[in-house]
Design a protein. Structure first.
Length: 86
């Protein structure tokens, strides 16, 4: 089965935790080999986990959350359009 980006994003936490089943792990890894966006999200998520495990706190710049959500929505729409073309 060929996974779309949105499916990878739905399971990214479980993938990092190692709690996805072997078949899904294989499908996600195959997708990550060819998708720079999902690979970047995986790396970013891992970095966030490392930072949040630290006792230090970081203040996000004003508007960061809104920009992040807008960017993710834009990337998701783009990925959906690309998958429709295939």
């Amino acid at each position: 089965m060929k996974l779309e980006c949105k499916h990878v994003w739905e399971h990214i936490s479980e993938y990092i935790d190692g709690s996805v089943d072997a078949k899904l792990r294989e499908d996600i890894e195959r997708h990550l080999e060819h998708c720079e966006i999902c690979s970047a999200i995986l790396d970013s998520t891992r970095n966030i986990l490392i930072l949040t495990a630290d006792d230090r706190t970081f203040e996000l710049p004003v508007g960061y959350s809104e920009r992040l959500h807008e960017r993710l929505a834009k990337e998701l729409k783009s990925a959906e359009k690309d998958s429709e073309k295939e």
